[in-house]
Design a protein around this ligand. Structure first.
Ligand SMILES: Cc1ncc(COP(=O)(O)O)c(C=O)c1O
Length: 443
């Protein structure tokens, strides 16, 4: 049976409708090869996972060595040395007083645990999240996700959840004239949401430092400092969801470092082990002490193999300066795309940090979302050998999130393919201004 037939018959699939999936045979670095031998330049990293590149030799070697020693052991009556070692590395790498970690398998699992810990520590039971957010597909994480398209047919959701407006300058609900004003008004709005929408029993506020699935939304520089003041004032914990933005992707090891703010709990997954399943919520010893032994447990969490891979992944991050590389390569892409924007009314906004870049496509000056165009750009890129993502609450943001090991040549190739795809789609919509060739003066 062909893979497609197997999927259609035997899998509860999450394949995007109307898109021809690539049947992957193998991948290395930024190159994915399909079962017919066709190669693709990967600018999506398996949804921002393979930050150190597909199959980084140091990471796979560490995992293979561990497989030969120990694959699994019970998480409550045996010590697993790799878990201890990786927790120490995380304590040193995460900001501020964050020191103790709980290991799970997925982003959603980390967030579920973080919510429970926040409730247990504060003795409160409400949560505030942001509109445009995404935190996972389990019951609690969908409940705190601020996007109805993701929540469809899953309700009713968990009580005790309120939403504050996302600090989204391009589509600012307050029509702010500057990013600073947007940051200020969004932080003020959070105070209002706590005051008017909750029963004043809020355990935690959760936010992605840079919002991924919502369309690569970069909060204004002043936002998180102002938010932390509000939260500290009211004794509410700040959970930074770094599941997508962590591990070098935005030019820093963690995106919250751009804001110089220390979260009380940080959740991580995706890029943590270059593709091996692992997640963590990491917090201060004081907050961690709210969990008594046995309160919380995960059978596969912190698997020896995933932790060995995660240790090697962290070494690679440091040795190969991946956060700095992400910043440099990201700047090159942003500058190139902004040049095209001048002649292309289809591009409404280009935003991001490091190699977490979103290009928002619009139909007109009213910023009507061009979601069909975004899909068309993605399909054209695929035909030309480039894999990009599409997302955003309005499904109109082309997402570039390549492995951070992407070379300069690969960046140039990605820019060429993406630009030509955007120009082609914009021309179809008459939203690309063709600049006449400069004529040389007649003699
Ligand atoms: C910010 C954020 N949090 C949580 C999740 C959920 O992670 P997982 O799919 O590993 O459960 C995601 C997944 O895209 C995410 O982007």
């Amino acid at each position: 049976m062909k893979t497609k037939e197997l999927y259609d018959k035997y899998l509860i699939t999450s394949m995007v409708a109307g898109f021809q999936p690539v049947e992957v045979d193998n991948a290395t670095g930024c190159t994915i090869t399909d079962t017919d031998g066709k190669q693709f330049l990967d600018c999506f990293s398996g949804i921002s996972v393979c930050n150190a590149g597909h199959g980084h030799p140091n990471v796979t070697a560490a995992a293979k060595e561990q497989i030969d020693k120990l694959v699994h052991c019970c998480t409550y009556v045996y010590y697993n040395p790799r878990a201890g070692e990786f927790a120490k590395v995380l304590a040193e790498a995460t900001p501020g007083k964050l020191q103790q970690s709980f290991f799970g398998n997925s982003g959603a699992e980390a967030i579920e645990g973080a919510l429970r810990l926040a409730k247990q520590h504060t003795g409160r039971n409400e949560i505030v999240a942001l509109t445009h957010s995404f935190h996972g597909r389990t019951y609690a994480t969908l409940s705190i996700t601020g996007n109805s398209a993701r929540k469809i047919n899953g309700g009713p959701y968990m009580p005790g959840v309120s939403f504050a407006p996302a600090p989204h300058f391009y589509r600012c609900p307050f029509n702010s004239a500057t990013e600073e004003e947007c940051g200020e008004r969004s932080a003020l709005a959070l105070r209002d949401v706590i005051k008017y929408h909750t029963s004043n029993n809020v355990a935690a506020f959760i936010a992605e430092p840079i919002m991924g699935e919502g369309g690569i939304i970069v909060p204004p520089k002043n936002y998180f400092k102002l938010v932390k003041e509000v939260l500290d004032d009211l004794g509410i914990l700040f959970i930074a969801d770094e599941v997508q933005s962590g591990f070098g992707r935005t030019g820093k090891l963690f995106a919250i470092e751009h804001y110089d703010v220390e979260p009380d709990i940080m959740t991580m997954a995706k890029g943590i082990a270059d593709g091996f399943p692992l997640s963590s919520f990491t917090t201060t010893p004081e907050i961690a002490s709210a969990f008594k032994p046995g309160d919380h447990l995960s059978t596969f969490g912190g698997s020896p193999v995933s932790c060995a891979a995660a240790l090697a992944n962290m070494n690679v991050m440091q040795k190969e300066n991946l956060p700095q590389k992400a910043e440099q390569r990201g700047n090159t892409i942003m500058i190139a795309m902004k040049k095209i924007q001048n002649d292309c009314a289809l591009i409404g906004d280009i935003r991001g940090k490091g190699l977490m870049i979103g290009i928002e496509l619009i139909k007109n000056r009213d910023k009507t979302p061009a979601s069909t165009a975004a899909k068309a750009v993605q399909t054209l890129c695929l035909e030309k050998g480039l894999l990009v993502g599409v997302g955003g609450t309005l499904a109109n943001v082309v997402r570039l999130q390549p492995p951070l090991v992407i070379s300069e040549d690969e960046v140039s190739k990605a820019i060429d393919i993406l630009s030509s795809a955007i120009k082609e789609v914009a021309s179809d919509y008459s939203l690309y201004r063709h600049v006449p060739q400069k004529r040389t003066k007649a003699k």
